[in-house]
Design a protein around this ligand. Sequence first.
Ligand code: CA
Length: 228
Amino acid sequence: MARILIVEDEVDLSNLLRSHLEQDGHEVAQAFDGPAGLALVDRHRPDLVLLDWMLPGLDGLAVCRRIRERYLMPVIMLTARGEEIDRVLGLEAGADDYVPKPFGIRELQARVRAALRRGAMVAGAGAAPAPVMQGTLRIDPAARTVTVEGEPVDLTRTEFDLLLLLVQNAGRAFSREFLLERIWGYTHDGGGRSVDSQVARLRRKLGLLGERIVTVWGVGYRFIDRPA
Ligand code: CA
């Protein structure tokens, strides 16, 4: 069971989502415009936000960006706009997933479950630094060691932090700007290129496994859960 915030101005749709999510055992809060949504994020710290794109007050993209300035909880964007460019914009704003309207309620429930699983991994990362496994890759955050097929891989501090973030959030795309801020703690002109060169070095050091760090065109990078 999780706390879920629905930010959606179509009242009927919002209520429908609420009743299904409550049947799944979740605790649901509703906001019907952008500013109210942001206020509820601050007040309730939901585990997940379902965020409509077209909203009065402040649109979903702006709300998503503001959430991402302060929080890591998963955000699923709901939208009637279906163009690829919108998906890219949504991911760039920090959304975890993107569900075009109209959608089936079962599909949305499945996406919510998947996003909550990923969210739990993000939340748990700081508390208990258990080793992270992906296939033959093993990262030990406590010892700060990485092995592939049991063989140690020598990484710099930056490469290690970058790999850990990507693997802990496997499947999620991160923008270059987000990675810069999270890993380097600042942004600067041309910073995207330093991310690119770090990723290139990391891929080389990881060999075949490095191919699972994929470029998300127009956005940044993502570690894929399993090879394509
Ligand atoms: Ca709307």
